[in-house]
Design a protein around this ligand. Structure first.
Ligand SMILES: Cc1cc2nc3c(=O)[nH]c(=O)nc-3n(C[C@H](O)[C@H](O)[C@H](O)COP(=O)(O)OP(=O)(O)OC[C@H]3O[C@@H](n4cnc5c(N)ncnc54)[C@H](O)[C@@H]3O)c2cc1C
Length: 185
């Protein structure tokens, strides 16, 4: 079995960027990615250097895979289900399909996952429904905006958008999502 220098678990933006750098260091690198992550859910990044018109996560990942493969990085679509350390310099990972791979180092780039109570909104992500005021606040500037959320973050969201100038919002119970409508002047 081939012993890689590094296996990167997770081939989103972070994992692919790391694989490109390690590829440039002439390391034998394997990226193992199960295919679905935050970057696959973003239909348009608009705050990325070099993409003034925006780029989808899917396209960005595909470009990243090609850039990494040109540097000798191997990419497989598999779900990692188990990790075992044989020795300080030898790790083995196992996947759902029953495959195993070995490396001297492991890099976890598995990201985080969102809890979306409204899966039916996913086709609108990045187009007319946004999940992040920092990434996408600019897109709704001067637009009437409906905010869905809960808890502390939800309560503070209207002021994040309006600099404290929100003129109205409606709250339901803490357990349920609240709906807040911002009227902009
Ligand atoms: C709808 C949406 C819109 C966004 N918009 C923006 C934006 O406009 N601008 C911006 O800067 N950021 C935006 N973000 C955030 C951005 O997408 C994330 O910060 C970025 O994707 C993080 O990259 P990552 O590589 O850490 O994680 P991810 O992109 O989530 O990649 C992690 C990868 O690890 C894989 N993985 C996890 N566990 C395993 C396992 N056991 N085996 C194999 N693979 C595994 C997943 O399949 C996934 O492909 C947005 C996020 C969402 C959800």
């Amino acid at each position: 079995m081939e012993l890689y220098d590094v296996i990167i678990i997770g081939g989103g933006i972070a994992g692919l960027q790391a694989s490109i750098q390690l590829g440039r260091y002439d390391r034998r690198v394997l990226v193992v990615d199960r295919g679905l992550g935050r970057s696959t859910r973003c239909l348009k990044y608009r705050n990325i250097l070099g993409w003034p018109e925006g780029v989808s996560g899917k396209d960005l990942r595909q470009i990243g895979i090609e850039q990494a493969e040109a540097l000798g990085v191997t990419h497989v679509t598999e779900n990692v289900t188990n990790v075992h350390r044989h020795s300080p310099e030898q790790f083995q990972i196992a996947t759902e399909n029953g495959n195993t791979f070995e490396a001297r180092r492991l890099l976890f780039a598995t990201g985080v996952s969102d809890q979306n109570p409204f899966p039916q909104l996913e086709p609108c992500f990045g187009l007319s429904v946004y999940i992040c005021p920092d990434c996408d606040g600019h897109e709704v500037e001067n637009e009437p905006t409906l905010i869905l959320g809960s808890g502390k973050a939800g309560v503070h969201m209207p002021s994040a958008f309006t600099g404290g100038r929100a003129t109205s919002h409606t709250l339901t119970t803490r357990k349920n999502p609240f709906v807040s409508k911002i009227n902009r002047n």
